[in-house]
Ligand binder design. Structure first.
Ligand SMILES: [Zn+2]
Length: 236
């Protein structure tokens, strides 16, 4: 009889142990669910703020910490009258309407100075950026991809306010006459070199002499004259 009683007590203790364990796991996952929904809520809020931007906000900040909603698309996409490098997709030939004329002016001024600039990649949808990023991860790994390709939603190309330019050799690197010309002159038309040399610790992106971003003439001149980034300009 004593034996049976002992077994019964042991059985109760085991059952209680299981009950406590399951309850603990359930409440923990419930807690995580709550945490996740709070995160989602704040993300959605943030995305909504940017989504409501009418596309004319030329100072919109897009980076890893300020992402665009995956449904964000500028309303007024148009193809500027510039020469594109062979192979540019139809989507990438588009830019936001407000940068069309400044961009054409920039390309014309370059031509007058004997510099040939070519359009390479303007607007890219969330989906295109996602493909570009995933392909780079596949070919070179996540670390390199993160240094050179923005994650979907954190690319300025989704705003239509920027464009990658190149030269005829398609080697638009530091020291080429085209890169130097662009660096010296793009601010006159309201553009900045968005990812300057030595500023990765601020922008999160390696030096990209080919990526110009429209911010309007006043901001571009200030940013150029002071050698700062858009992030620093917006915090001043
Ligand atoms: Zn770019």
């Amino acid at each position: 009889m004593k034996k049976i009683f002992k077994r019964f007590i042991a059985f109760v203790i085991i059952i209680c142990g299981f009950w406590y364990m399951f309850d603990h796991i359930a409440s923990k996952s419930k807690g995580e669910e709550v945490k996740e929904s709070v995160l989602n809520f704040s993300k959605e809020n943030k995305a909504e703020t940017i989504e409501n931007n009418d596309g004319d906000d030329k100072l919109v900040l897009v980076n890893e910490e300020h992402e665009l909603d995956k449904n964000f698309k500028p309303k007024d996409l148009t193809i500027p009258n510039i020469t594109f490098v062979h192979g540019t997709s139809n989507e990438e030939k588009h830019v936001s309407e407000i940068i069309k004329e400044p961009l054409e002016g920039l390309f014309d001024a370059a031509k007058k100075d004997g510099i040939t600039l070519l359009g390479n990649s303007g607007y890219r949808s969330y989906k295109s950026q996602e493909n570009t990023y995933n392909n780079r991860v596949k070919s070179q790994g996540e670390n390199i991809a993160d240094s050179y390709v923005a994650r979907p939603g954190s690319s300025e190309h989704q705003t239509g306010l920027c464009i990658d330019v190149t030269n005829q050799k398609q080697s638009f690197v530091k020291g080429t006459k085209e890169a130097e010309w662009l660096d010296k002159n793009c601010y006159k038309f309201g553009f900045i070199i968005r990812y300057p040399y030595g500023k990765k610790y601020i922008t999160g992106i390696e030096y990209e002499p080919w990526h110009i971003r429209y911010v309007g003439k006043d901001a571009a001149k200030y940013i150029h004259d002071n050698g700062i980034t858009l992030e620093e300009y917006l915090e001043k």
